[in-house]
Design a protein around this ligand. Structure first.
Ligand SMILES: Nc1ncnc2c1ncn2[C@@H]1O[C@H](COP(=O)(O)OP(=O)(O)O)[C@@H](O)[C@H]1O
Ligand SMILES: [Mg+2]
Length: 243
């Protein structure tokens, strides 16, 4: 079953056609990779799926429901979580305080209003443990390495227990040990039923982690298949060499 379907998506910024008749689907329960040269429209697609940009035309369906151009908080509460290419944390607050801020920030229409303070703290600590940051909980978040900040942001979105998680370049600028750790956390969540759509330039990461890979080029998807199929596809090589 497809849990996420993009159909005939178009999006222009002035004269730049960032998405041009772009269609793709993500099968429930998979880790799906989204690759393609710089500027091929991957982040724009994420922004449209999650409501941060408006589609010019085309449709986004989540669990068979049309969610095109809905507000970001609505989409988040429906069960789609995402991280951003650059992390967004408050450096002077502690790691744990950042988790509380994330709860407040996501509490756009009372999603977590029923949580008691102790429940919230418990949940925040569990998630910090899951991403391996619990021993750093009382440090200012500004002291975290870039990779640790990405793990913290990953913990933020887990608060809402999303069914689908979109990650934009999670391994970018992160050291290899941390990349392996992140891959392990993604696999663990996937085994618990979470579906992933991941934009990533680190091919080793994509090829080892993803069940399916979609390739974007000039605003449209040009290939889809298993990592091995995509790697062997001459159109894919051409897309990368041509740009
Ligand atoms: N807010 C924006 N304003 C103007 N142009 C944009 C904006 N966002 C993206 N673009 C352009 O759209 C194209 C696709 O960008 P993007 O989706 O960021 O690609 P990718 O994530 O695959 O590198 C690029 O040409 C980029 O410069
Ligand atoms: Mg991008």
């Amino acid at each position: 079953m497809n849990c996420l379907e993009i159909q005939d998506m178009h999006k222009a910024f002035g004269g730049i056609q960032a998405l041009d008749t772009c269609s793709l689907s993500v099968t429930q329960g998979t880790i799906t990779g989204l690759i393609g040269p710089n500027g091929s429209g991957k982040t724009t697609l994420f922004n449209i799926i999650t409501g941060y940009e408006r589609a010019d035309s085309g449709q986004v369906r989540f669990q068979a429901q049309d969610i095109t151009n809905k507000a970001p908080d609505t989409i988040f509460r429906l069960g789609i979580g995402r991280t951003f290419q650059l992390t967004r944390i408050f450096p002077r607050l502690t790691v744990l305080e950042n988790m509380h801020v994330a709860v407040q920030r996501t509490d756009l229409r009372g999603m977590f209003r029923w949580w008691s303070a102790s429940h919230e703290r418990q949940r925040a600590l569990e998630l910090l443990e899951f991403v391996g940051l619990h021993t750093l909980k009382d440090l200012p978040a500004g002291n975290l390495s870039f990779g640790q900040r990405k793990l913290l942001e990953f913990a933020f979105i887990l608060i809402a227990e999303p069914q689908v998680i979109l990650l934009d370049e999670p391994a970018g600028g992160v050291n290899p040990t941390m990349v392996n750790y992140l891959a392990d956390r993604i696999r663990t969540l996937n085994q618990r039923g979470v579906t992933f759509l991941i934009v990533e330039h680190n091919m080793e990461f994509v090829m080892e982690l993803c069940h399916r890979v979609t390739v974007m080029h000039r605003g449209t998807s040009i290939a889809e298949g298993t990592p091995a199929e995509v790697r062997a596809n001459p159109d894919v090589l051409q897309a990368y060499l041509g740009d």
